[in-house]
Design a protein around this ligand. Structure first.
Ligand code: ADP
Length: 446
């Protein structure tokens, strides 16, 4: 082998070694870069996790995460404080072992009203501001609850998050406020009733002599005083309804008879305004029986619709809805109806009045809500009537709602659970027995 060949071999070897070194270096740097990238990603994820857990651990709202079977996966410290359960003990348990909800009267939540039970099949977030949470050591705390179902990309629920907070303080303040309103309105009702009485005496020709002009003024004062008295009565009722102090003496009642008697009083007001009225009883339109609302029609055979409610309270509700129908209807007809099926008794009031805009309907049964239009600006009202109606209807496990066609009219519906004739008879017998026993303590009434 000569020198030139040797040199050539050495050069080739050097080149091969250099290329190998370059490849190794390249692979090494890529590996390093990959390593730092995944480290960065891991660090980021770690950061994210830390941030979420800082937020979860520091907020005062209780947070519980359940999987799609209802098993608890996560509980933040506020949730452990509120429920009295240690997060480790609760992990993996079904929510029903950890969460006990009762209503303000101390009754257990039925399954179909419990937001925890409903969240895993609901298509929207659920809220409940009236629940009371019973902790592991039986402490009762009013809570505001919201439950949100979580969905995967196939729109299937895979978990649900519950967020709840203690509202004991807010409830106390609300109670204080409503106590103030009820004391104030109660105190003011008495002098207003006296003024109303004296005005009526002053206008009574048999008692006083007044000239034509003075009579005009007194009539106006009388109307305004009556209005003021109604406002105080509404305020008092709404304050009582709010904290469950509305007096109620439910008995078995037959709604057909009850409405028939009531309808003659109601229609008087409507007819004074020139409106037609009707009272319809029946389970369907074809078999409906139209009873002359003046009460002069023949006796008809009709189904008996029994419910359990306080007749005085129900009278307040129907009168309020009917009076509204008259108030907000310029011309046409106001109908009072009764229908039902095996489980439900339905009362409805239909009018051909101005109707209610769609956007106002969800707010209509809230306190002080009035539709803002020219009619409500000229027609007096407090916006408390429908709120009180809702509260009364709910006392008897009923439901009230409205359907309306603006410009054509509105229909208010009230549903109550129906008592069968046998159940009504049995209850009536029990009521009779109870009436024979001495009364334990007097009840207060509004
Ligand atoms: P108000 O004292 O204002 O009548 P309510 O609580 O009884 O208070 O009613 C709330 C509002 O609902 C009313 O201000 C009115 O705007 C609307 N409303 C109630 N009933 C009817 C009806 N039959 N037709 C049209 N609007 C109605």
């Amino acid at each position: 082998m000569n020198g030139t060949l040797l040199i050539a071999i050495v050069v080739v070897l050097v080149i091969i070694v250099a290329v190998l070194l370059l490849v190794i270096y390249h692979l090494y740097t890529r590996h390093q870069a990959g390593k730092s990238g995944s480290q960065e990603l891991a660090a980021n994820l770690q950061d994210e996790k830390q941030r979420s857990s800082i937020i979860l651990n520091s907020i005062e709202d209780g947070v519980i995460l359940m999987d799609k079977y209802g098993a608890i996966q996560l509980m933040n410290p506020a949730a452990t404080t509120l429920t009295g359960w240690d997060a480790k003990d609760a992990a993996g348990l079904d929510w029903s072992n950890v969460i006990t909800l009762i209503n303000e009267k101390g009754e257990a939540y039925e399954e179909d009203k419990n937001p925890f039970a409903m969240a895993l099949s609901s298509d929207k977030p659920l809220r409940d501001n009236n629940a009371v949470l019973v902790s592991r050591n039986k402490k009762e705390q009013p809570v505001a609850l919201s439950l949100t179902p979580l969905r995967d990309k196939n729109d299937q629920i895979y978990a649900a998050v519950a967020v709840f907070r203690d509202v004991t303080q807010e409830r106390k303040e609300e109670r204080r406020r409503s106590e103030f309103i009820s004391t104030a309105s109660h105190e003011m009702r008495t002098p207003v009733a006296a003024i109303e009485g004296y005005l009526a005496l002053a206008m009574n020709e048999k008692v006083s002599t007044i000239d034509y002009r003075a009579r005009g003024y007194l009539e106006k004062a009388h109307v305004a005083t009556k209005h003021l008295g109604q406002l105080f009565q509404d305020l008092l009722n709404s304050a009582k309804a709010e904290d469950g102090r509305l007096s109620s003496h439910p008995v078995v009642m037959e709604v057909g008879d009850f409405l028939e008697q009531l309808s003659s009083d109601l229609t008087f007001v409507a007819e004074k305004k020139g409106l037609a009225t009707e009272f319809v009883v029946g389970s369907s339109t074809t078999s409906s029986q139209h009873i002359d609302a003046t009460g002069t029609s023949q006796k008809v055979v009709r189904p008996l619709y029994y419910i359990k409610a306080d007749p005085d309270r129900l009278r307040e509700v129907v009168t309020n809805i009917f009076d509204n129908a008259v108030k907000y209807t310029e011309s046409g007809k106001v109908s009072l109806g009764l229908t039902g099926d095996n489980t439900v008794v339905q009362i409805y009031v239909r009018d051909t009045g101005q109707g209610i805009p769609k956007e106002d309907i969800p707010h209509l049964f809230q306190k002080f809500y009035r539709v803002d239009n020219s009619a409500t600006r000229t027609i007096g009202g407090t916006g408390l009537g429908l709120y009180i109606c809702r509260k009364i209807v709910e006392l008897y496990r009923g439901r009230i709602w409205v359907e309306s066609d603006p410009g054509k009219g509105s229909s208010f519906f009230i549903n109550f659970p129906r008592l069968s004739s046998e159940a009504a008879e049995k209850e009536r017998a029990q009521e009779k027995d109870a009436a024979l026993k001495p009364v334990a303590s007097p009840t207060n009434s509004v």
